[in-house]
Structure formats: C-alpha cells, structure tokens
Design a protein. Sequence first.
Length: 761
Amino acid sequence: MPSSHAKISPSKTGLSLKPVSTSKAVVNRSCSVRPHQSETEAGTNVTKLVRTVDLFAGCGGLSLGFDLYRGSLQFETVLALDNDASALAVYNQNTVQRTRGRPTGRLADVTWFAHRSEALLYYLAHYAAWAPDHALTASLNKLGYTDYLQNLRLLDAAAEKKFEIICNTPEFKKQINALDSTAFGLAISKSVMNKLCIVSFKSFRPKTTELPWAYEYDKTPVQHAVELSDADCFYRDPLVAQAAVSLWNTQIERLGGAITKIGKGQHATVGSKIEGLATLLTSSIGSRLREQWTVWRATRDTLRAKFCLSAEMRLNELYQAGRQVDLLLGGPPCKGWSRIGRAVIESLREQGVHAWASHDYGDERNALLHNYVLFLDALRPSVFLFENVAHFESSLRTPSGTINAAKELELAVNALGEDSRYSVTSQVISARRYGIPQDRDRYIMIGWDAKASRPHIGDNFFSGLTVYETEVPLKAALLGLEDPGVFVHGSSASCRSDHTSRSYTRFDPQLPAAERAFISWIRQPRQDATEHPQTTDAHIVRAPRSDDRLLFRHLAPGLRWMDYKFNNLPTTREISDLLRTVERFQAKNRKSDLPSLAALKRVLSKLDDGLMLRLLLEGVTLSASGESSHHLLENGYLSKGTDRHGDWLERLSPDRPCKTIVAHIGKDTYGYIHPTQPRALSMREAARVQTFPDFFQFGNAGVVDGYSMIGNAVPPMLGHQFAASLAMLDGELDLFTRQSAQPFTHGELKCQLHQLPPEVE
C-alpha cells in the first residue's frame, strides 16, 4: 500500500481531506484555557466558545462529536446527565483530560425535576463546582442552598429511622421472610422499588442514588448540628401529598395487576412469585409503610418545590450573568418508539410484567420528551438538537389511544412561554449517507431562538451535512485490529473490557472519500496526544458455543438464518407427498413392516421450510465433539424466521454498511456475526461501527454494559457533522449570540486538535 498521509480539517460542509506531504504533522496545542478573552491582535483566528448540555448522554457519543469539532466554534460540554452509572463512568473517564479532572457527567434522572426552577438550580449548582465559579457558590449559599440541602439530608435520615422501626417489628419480619425471595429480583419489582426510591422491600431505606439532591448533600459539609426528631415538622402541600399517595397506589396496583395476567415463557411464574409481596403491601403492616412513605415523600417534594419556586427570580439573575447554556443536546431512550421495541413492549404489557408500563404513553420512557422540554424551558439555549429513532415520527398505539411523538414534541416546544419561543424543523436522516458504516436512521429535530429573524435555518442545517457519493462498508471498520480477546462467562481469568489490543492504520489515498474520512476519524489522536493510538481497549468478544462456532463457518456473509428457510421446494414437496401416501395406507392397513404412524408424523413434521437449516444444524452436530444435538434444534428455534425474528442470527456482509447496532447487542450478539470469522463482533468493532475513535476507552465496563452503551449511543462522527453544520450557520447568521458564547484565540485553546495523518503499516 503506498505511503501517504491525510488529515481531517473542518470545512463549512463538515469533513474534508487534505493531503499532507510530510511524514509527521505539527500539532498546535496549548495547556491553558481563557474562554472569555477576546482577540488580542489583528489576524488572530478567533473561535467562539459554545456551552453545551447533553441530556440522556449515555457514554457521550453525541457530545463527543461536538467536543472534537475544531473551527469557528468550540463546543464545550459543561453538563451531561444520564441515569446509567456504568455509561457515566465511561463518559467521565474519557472527558477528564478535556475538563482538567472535573466530572462533567452526572448520575441523575431527568424525571426528578418537577419545575424549570429546580432544573435551573441543578445546572447552576453543578456549574459552580465544575467551572469552578466561586462567586456563584457564594451566591447560592446566600440564597439558602446549603440549608436546603441540610434539611433534605435530615429529612431522609429521619425517614430511614421510621422505616427501620417498622421493618424490625416481628409482624413485618414474619411476612417478609415467608415470601419467595426471587420476587425481589424481578424487573417489575425492581421498577417499583426505583419509583418509590427505596433500596429494597426488606429494609425500605431511602435509595439515595434515586433521590434528587442526595448526591449534593453528601458532598456538602454539615454546617451546623441539628436533629430532626419528627419529619412532620415540615409543611406538606395538599396537592403534593395527594400526588405522593397516587404514586404509591399506582405502583402497588402494578404489582397486583401482574398477578391477574398470564405470562409466557420465563414470565409464566411472575404472578405467583409477586402475589405474596402484593399481599404484604396491602396488609396492615403495609398500611403503616404507606403512611410513613407518603409523609416522607410529600414532605420532601414540598420542601423542594418551596425552595426552588421562591428562589426562581434570583436563580434566573445568576444564570443570565454570563452562565447561560448555548446548546442543548439529547434524545431520550428510544426502545418504546422503535419498531421492534413496540412489539416487545406490547407483549410484556399484555402479560402484566412490563416494568415501564404507562396508560397514556405505552412505555413511560416515551414521556421523557416532556422532561427534555422542561430543561429546554429552564436553560433556554440559543439552539437545541433532539434525536431519536426514525419511528419517533410515526403513530404509536397505547392503552388510551394513539400518540404521535414528533407532533407532541413540537406542540410542547411551541407551548413554552413567550421568552423561550423556538422555531423548529425535523427530518429523518440515514447515517450511511454521511460516512457512517452503519444502516442507522435517526429522527432529528433542530430548534433555534425564534425571536431573531433567521429564515431557512432548518433546511440549511440539514443541507449543510456532508453527503458522500459512496457508503463506508463494514470491512473498513474492521481493519487495523489484531485478533480479539475472548470473554468466557463466569471466568474471572478471562479478559475484561480494559483488555488492551494493538491497533494500527490501514490507509490508501485511492479509497473513496467517505472511507478516507472515516479511517482518519477513527484513527485520530486523542486531544492530549501527538500520535495516533497504537493500542485500544474493549476488543473482546464472548466465547461462542462450540456447535455455534461450527455453524458460523457455514453461514454466508450477508445472510440471516431465515434466508436458509425455503417453502414449497419441489424435492421437499415430492418427499412429503410420498410419505403422506404411506401414512394414509398405514392408517388403514397397520402393516408391521412399514414405519409406524407416529414415526411418519414425526418425519413429516420436519419437512417444513426449515429443512435445509435443520440439515445444516444436524451436520454441524455430527462434526462437533461431545455434542449430541445442536441447541438450535431445541426449544422451537426453527419455528422462528418471520420478519420479527429473522435477524436473530445473522452473518454480516463486509461489503455494505453494518445493520443498526442496538442496545440489545449487550444481551445477544448473534445478530452480529463477523463477516469472515466464526464469532460475533467485538465491543471495539461495534464501537468502530458507531464511529467511536480508537482512543475512546471503555475501561472497566462490563461486557453487557459496554455493548449496551455502544448500541444506545449516537455515532460521534455524525455529531461532528451536526457541529460543522451549526458552525457554518453561525458564521452566516450568528446563531450563538449569548454572552456565554465568548470568543477566544486558538492559541489559548487547551488541547487544540489538528488530526494527524494516519501512518501506513
């Protein structure tokens, strides 16, 4: 392969490639950041700093694409929220070098926040520590923020003592010990516990990781010693108290409803397992728990509302004093809107075991679009970008009717106050058109401040994305990695996601532009380095069963297992007709020298559309040592093969973009079999398909969590395209005019990235 180099440089249309004649490129970097310093000398290249908040951030795919953009804008993510602790740990591990050790990712649930004033307080409290902004910290404390946290701490401690008294009674212990212990581990039981914010049904202690402001009061020193002997000393608003009672009743009714449903398969025993738990929570001891829980919850929620609403005017003043957010990113979990997810959720709902059931939204996570709008109302950025699956804009059937999420989102945005009006436009885009080696369609809504006259921003945003003439095939994402490590389930000696593998660059200047851009993106150096990465982590894969490994060798690239099923083949039909003739004869004559009717029926049942696949599995079994029967011949697997289950086992094609990487890959990788090797895609290979650069580390993430967060992510390279398009529009229309979007010189930018040309090996 000829020796050549290329680097990515920002252009108004996104990524472009420029040849470099030298073997090494000089990287211009600085170690300090002074984002509020203006241009100091004529001719200096000035960049505008754009503060960004990423909701539902996961491990940071979308905001990573923005943060890596270098051009007329510099996007700086100052807050990233998610309720997945594993994903947030990975996020913070990868942003520490960009934030001087300050944790940008925060473990939080956006459903915690009941009013825009509380969301605003949360942002300001985080920003005060993150910046750090000592003046803001002093102002919040003067407002009573520290005392507010202290009261919440005391309230939670008092509630824990009251729950402890009830849980130590002989009556409670007798009933709880008599329950089926497996009931506590069921998804619906865990969901109820999380909704009630308790550690378990056995102890009923408040679960601080699920409580708003618990992290903050744990990090705040106790200012003065105060003992709270009775939680009733705090006022409880009647409406808030009513909401607390309703929340308790709704969750207990969910448990009771599951008892009356008939589950299927692994869900068949759910009703019997949780019957005792539901009975306990509706007994006399359950009534005592309900009373104490509703007092605690209503008091806590009233305290939050009272402080945040009373402080709203001052919070707005502090926010407007140069601390504004310029860009809001994010998209809530998409399973409830996806085509496959809808079918699964409807089935679980019918069985009464859906952990996220909602009467109005089908899946309560579908209502998270309103929580996104709550933060939009609180932060009022110049621009927002919302993303979800393509089916987000189609109608969804729920128990109460139908809902169109895209229309509901637009209505919610339009319903914001006059001070936070936005013009919006939306479009479904196909990632494969923009240099992503994946067939991934996403719904994108872009919104901008409607008070300024900026026509056609929406159309220009989408037309500003770089569309390539050719697509990036999967094989481009798989180049440059050694053989993966193998994770063996249950083996502590097998490799983890921090397993390090050698990585290198395969680059040919004659490749199509899309592939050159993709390879340069994947192989770019991290921001604090001058060389492209020599190693990468998470190149590990689950060890397949021995019989499955043999099956994979027989599957052709680009074919699903349902593609090996053929209906009404002439030979199969001829054999079937002959055997049915024998069957009819035997039914009348009962000849002992002919096969029995039972044997004939058993053979005839195998002459279906899965005969070729059956023969293949039987042939694989014969060559597998120690295997009596291939497991796919059992449990009705061969009856699958419809459009719903047809991609359950698929060998990927190397010559076209990969099919969509979804979160379910964390539980089952058989839908992503490597094109040429008898194994599934490794975590790193899946990450490359999602365009995470090789320098991005997954650290100690578990295999299930690692795969899942990759599947949930937005491709960073696609986020980078969004950033480039916004930068182009800002240059033409001055989108980001907030005081927070201050200019600074390139020479003062910490770790300014000029991507190195990839080395050819």
